[in-house]
Design a binder for this molecule. Structure first.
Ligand SMILES: *[C@@H]1O[C@H](CO)[C@@H](O)[C@H](O)[C@H]1NC(C)=O
Ligand SMILES: *[C@@H]1O[C@H](CO)[C@@H](O)[C@H](O)[C@H]1NC(C)=O
Length: 452
């Protein structure tokens, strides 16, 4: 349901007198954080969904293996999550929620702060220079102090924003996020905002809508897919289309997945046909949009690819997964299965597969009519420094750590050296967030942190 808020309402809250010299309402400039907040490095363990501006999913942190009982969990009845958490350089964790709550926890799971955002569904944040940037259901974008959650500024840019699990992007110069809402999910537009002045720089319509957008943010362009599987590169300067490449399967696909960009100038996108009966992964030249190769698989792809170095393969690999999400908790119980793939990033050749045990149920694990959980079947993957692949199998609510040690083309479920899983009993939408020896999974029922 779209709630219409007063469009003209443009307001800014400054968190201390000293930042509000003169016209506080329009003064975004010169919020000199270094004077007021603990200086933090820009390089966080997990600054945003999929680690970096290329949304690669490749982390420099070493994750826990095997996965043991979480060190901490945070659960409040009725407080539901379809968000990806972030982790800063001190191992503090940050997350929005399906309600108005935005929360931060320390490494031990102690709550550092909790605030109410301007509306529900403040989506996947981006941590940048001591500030958490996010945007919410009612069209506000806002900046919070990472230290204590104080609102640094807040402004309306859109009449509303879709509540699918899209991600904010923050750079030195810009903020980028979707704008507007198609029900029940999907946004018609994308916007670029000056991070320093808060001015709207451009708003561009994407005819086939974006869903769960988490773009590659490159120096001069932003690269993402639409829901149909069409690929865009837009100029940061004016929003003009540098290239657009139509989907390989015809005009009417419907993927919930995203993109990842590689060091050698490729962008990868998983796709799904309109009937959700098949899908695959395509690689494109990020400069020209030329499609380089496509791998078809026998079910739709609804997660964002990850690109990085995995165990026992000496070149970059791409991780993606196929399978349809479970429905809501009301239907009859059905069997749901899915498959994770690793392919060579140069050629698309298959390296290994992994199949979790099929899930039998009405909806995803942990999904009830009181607290509905509708994650995609798999989260995006996160790849740790040693090449272990972490992924959420959301139907069954299990987080897996995967590696094909014997190079037989399979991560073997019953081989405890190759596969470690922990059943959290609830599906999770976002990729697992990784910091050194720490893995945080946001299940629908709240964050859970694994340690060594
Ligand atoms: C990010 O992706 C772009 C485009 O593919 C590439 O040129 C660049 O090297 C990548 N950066 C990193 C750090 O991998
Ligand atoms: C589900 O399992 C069947 C039978 O093993 C297999 O043919 C099919 O590819 C699987 N589907 C997915 C999405 O993995």
């Amino acid at each position: 349901m779209v709630r219409f808020h007063i469009l003209a309402l443009v307001w800014v809250v400054c968190y201390s007198e000293e930042l509000c010299d003169g016209d506080c309402g329009v003064n975004f400039v010169q919020i000199d954080l270094s004077k007021n907040l603990r200086q933090t490095e820009t390089s966080k363990w997990y600054a945003s969904r999929a680690v970096d501006y290329n949304r690669s999913g490749q982390s420099s942190a070493q994750g826990p293996f095997p996965l043991k009982k979480p060190l901490w969990e945070y659960t409040v009845k009725g407080l539901n999550f379809h968000q990806t958490p972030c982790i800063d350089d001190q191992h503090n964790v940050y997350t929005g929620s399906d309600t108005t709550k935005i929360l931060s926890f320390d490494q031990q799971g102690q709550k550092r702060w909790e605030i109410d955002g301007p509306s529900s569904s403040c989506q996947n944040p981006f941590l940048y220079q001591g500030v958490l940037y996010t945007s919410c259901r009612d069209g506000h974008a806002l900046a919070l102090s990472m230290e204590d959650g104080t609102t640094l500024w807040m402004k309306t840019y859109c009449e509303s924003i879709s509540s699918d699990t899209y991600s904010m992007t923050a750079t030195e110069d810009h903020l980028f996020f979707p704008c507007g809402a198609r029900e029940p999910y999907g946004a018609p537009d994308v916007v670029l905002v000056s991070r320093k002045t808060g001015d709207l720089l451009w708003r561009v319509n994407v005819p086939k809508f974006t869903v769960n957008i988490a773009p590659c943010m490159l120096p001069d362009s932003v690269v993402f897919n639409d829901e149909a599987g069409g690929m865009y590169s837009l100029s940061l300067k004016d929003g003009s289309v540098i290239w657009y490449t139509a989907p390989v399967h015809g005009p009417d696909g419907a993927t919930l997945g995203g993109v990842a960009c590689s060091p050698d100038g490729k962008v990868f996108n998983g796709f799904a046909t309109a009937d959700w009966k098949s899908g695959g992964l395509s690689a494109f030249d990020v400069q020209t949009g030329q499609r380089l190769w496509t791998k078809w698989v026998t079910a739709p792809v609804h997660n964002a690819p990850a690109i990085g170095r995995i165990h026992t393969h000496d070149r970059e690999a791409v991780i993606f997964a196929m399978g349809n999400p479970t429905g809501g908790p009301l239907g009859p119980a059905v069997w749901t299965n899915g498959t994770v793939y690793a392919v060579d990033a140069q050629t698309g050749d298959f390296l290994w597969t992994f199949e979790p045990p099929a899930w039998y149920g009405a909806g995803a694990a942990g999904s009830t009519i009181e607290q509905i959980c509708m994650p995609d079947l798999f989260s995006g993957a996160t790849i740790s420094q040693d090449g272990t692949v972490y992924i959420n199998w959301s139907a069954g609510g299990i987080t897996y750590a995967l590696r094909d040690l014997n190079k037989d083309g399979r991560c073997e479920l019953h081989d405890s050296e190759e596969v470690s899983g922990f059943n959290l009993g609830s599906g999770a939408t976002g990729p697992p967030a990784l910091a050194e020896q720490m893995l945080v999974v946001n299940t629908c029922h709240g964050p859970r942190a694994f340690s060594v």
